[in-house]
Every structure is written in structure tokens, then in C-alpha cells.
Design a protein around this ligand. Structure first.
Ligand code: NAD
Length: 276
């Protein structure tokens, strides 16, 4: 008889015994830690063995060194997931190095060159939709068969609050992330009976170099001015950190979220509750 009086999911090492692919495990250079790197460090700390994937070799190797210094275990695979063959190699390499794939964390996202609907150029549209949406779908497509064979798996897709917020100068980015939300729901429904969960996180204003340093440079304002503007929009009165995103990803990837699939979780300091 099963015991319903205690929860069998033990807290110590919330990813102990699990393997995880983190796609986009490097980061844009800057003062603060990026979302993928923080997630890699936290997943390793919680006991997962990792395959770290990025197109930026130096940066993903830096993440792997940080994981190793903290006592974790991570292999590196350099791949541009916008390239079909390189993307297909991710699942193959993961099976070869890790033996199984319990968690797929899709962190890749770009926004450079985006604009309002009227000003956006075709090449920027193509690049952003291709990297943020098509490549994420493609990564899942290659990993899911292995998870189905295992009868289990957890996918965490990094979307953005831009998917549901006013973001008129981020046309392709907003549309790509709205697509990520829809992709996540379809992945969840199509794979629930195979024991695979798929959830997405919509980070709000997070203090990462890609958003703040690169964002300030693109707008021609200082890092401090952009940060002040972002904080003024957030009910909790601060920008998020990559650790806030990483902890949400840890929850969704772990057995703590065993009954959660198809969820789109804002990690935004309350910003999405603020309408009007
Ligand atoms: P980041 O640029 O620091 O990290 C993204 C990583 O993805 C980089 O290492 C980059 O080299 C890698 N990458 C990009 N294109 C790739 C490709 N084609 N193949 C393989 N790797 C590729 O960014 P971040 O600020 O940490 O953001 C990470 C995620 O969080 C993105 O999906 C972003 O859209 C999302 N997000 C961030 C914020 C924020 O405020 N920082 C807000 C909402 C959503």
C-alpha cells in the first residue's frame, strides 16, 4: 500500500542522480551573471551532471570551469543551435556523455537588431525567430525521443515577459517568445502520456549583461539610467537576478514540480500583475 502521509521527494540534492543539458550555458560579457550560467551552477550544486552547450566556446568553457571549481560535473559541447546539423548533435552528444537526458533547459535567446513592426528588417526578423523559436523547437525535437524512451523528462524553456507585455520596439523578440509559450504548451500536451513535462519561464527585467549592458549600449544611455528605468516598473522595487530565474528553473526541472506541466511562470517581481 502506498504511504500518502509523507512526501517521498527528499530535499537534499534536488537534482541528485539526474542529468541535464543546458543550452545557452555561456553568457554575454558584463558585470553580472547570465541566466544560463547561474542555472548551470545551481543545477550542479543540486547534484545534476551537466552537458553545457553554447556557440561561444570561451564563455561556455568558463561556465564549466566555474562548475568544476564548485565541485560539480560538467561537459562542454560547442554548437550553434540555429544550424540544423549542429543542433542535432546536442542530443547525440548528451546521450554519449551522460547516458540519459532527464532535463533539457533551453536558455538561448537573442534580441539584437530588433525594432518596431515598421522598422524591423527582414534579416533581423529571420535571425531572431530562427534562434529563439525554431532552434528551440528543433532542440526539443531531437531530445524528446530519448525522454520518451526513458518514460520521463523535464523541459524548461526560457521565454520572456515580452511575450505578453507591451514591447513595441521588440517585435521579433516578442513574437518569438510568444511562440516559445505556445511551443511549451504543445510539448506538454503531446508528451504528458510519456512522462515528460514541459514548462516555460517568463523572466521580467533581469539584471544580466545581455539585457542591461547591451541594452544600455543599444539605447545610448548609461547602465545606471537603464537600471533605474527598469526598477521603476517593478512592484518589488528591484530588478531580478539570474539566480531568481535559476531557482524557478530548478523548481520546474525537479520532482518538486512533478504535477506541473504546460505552465508559463512569470519571474518578474510582480510586473505582469500591473495592467493599466
Ligand atoms: P546571455 O546572452 O547572457 O546568454 C545567452 C547565451 O546563449 C549566450 O552564451 C549565447 O552565446 C548563447 N547563444 C545565443 N545564440 C546561440 C545559438 N544560436 N546557439 C547556441 N548558443 C547560443 O543572455 P541572458 O540575459 O542570460 O538571457 C538568457 C535568456 O533569458 C534568453 O532566452 C533571454 O531571452 C531570456 N530573458 C532575459 C531577460 C533579461 O532581462 N535578462 C528577460 C527576459 C528573458
Amino acid at each position: 500500500m502506498s504511504d500518502h502521509s509523507t512526501d517521498q521527494r527528499v530535499a537534499a540534492g534536488r537534482l541528485a542522480g539526474k542529468t541535464a543539458i543546458i543550452v545557452g550555458a555561456g553568457q554575454t560579457v558584463g558585470e553580472t551573471i547570465g541566466n544560463g550560467r547561474a542555472t548551470a551552477l545551481l543545477f550542479a550544486q543540486e547534484g545534476a551532471r551537466l552537458l553545457l552547450v553554447d556557440r561561444d566556446q570561451a564563455s561556455v568553457e568558463e561556465t564549466a570551469a566555474m562548475v568544476a571549481n564548485a565541485g560539480g560535473e560538467a561537459q562542454v559541447h560547442v554548437a550553434d543551435i540555429a544550424d540544423a546539423d549542429q543542433c542535432a548533435s546536442v542530443a547525440k552528444v548528451a546521450m554519449g556523455t551522460l547516458g540519459r537526458i532527464d532535463i533539457l533547459h533551453n536558455n538561448v535567446g537573442i534580441g539584437a537588431g530588433d525594432s518596431s513592426p515598421g522598422r524591423l528588417e527582414e534579416d533581423a526578423w529571420d535571425r531572431i525567430i530562427d534562434v529563439n523559436l525554431k532552434a528551440m523547437w528543433r532542440t526539443c525535437k531531437h531530445v524528446v525521443p530519448h525522454m520518451r524512451e526513458q518514460g520521463s523528462g523535464a523541459i524548461v524553456n526560457i521565454s520572456s515577459l515580452a511575450a505578453i507585455a507591451a514591447a513595441t520596439t521588440l517585435t521579433a523578440y516578442k513574437i518569438s517568445k510568444a511562440g516559445v509559450n505556445a511551443l511549451t504548451q504543445n510539448l506538454a500536451l503531446a508528451n504528458a502520456r510519456h512522462g515528460i513535462r514541459a514548462n516555460a519561464i517568463m523572466p521580467g527585467f533581469i539584471d544580466t549583461p545581455m539585457a542591461v549592458d547591451a541594452g544600455a549600449a543599444a539605447r545610448g544611455v548609461s547602465r545606471e539610467d537603464l537600471a533605474r528605468f527598469r526598477i521603476s516598473r517593478i512592484p518589488l522595487g528591484r530588478q531580478g537576478t539570474a539566480w531568481d530565474v535559476a531557482h524557478a528553473a530548478l523548481f520546474l526541472a525537479s520532482d518538486d514540480a512533478a504535477f506541473i506541466t504546460g505552465a508559463i511562470l512569470p519571474v518578474d517581481g510582480g510586473q505582469s500583475s500591473q495592467i493599466g
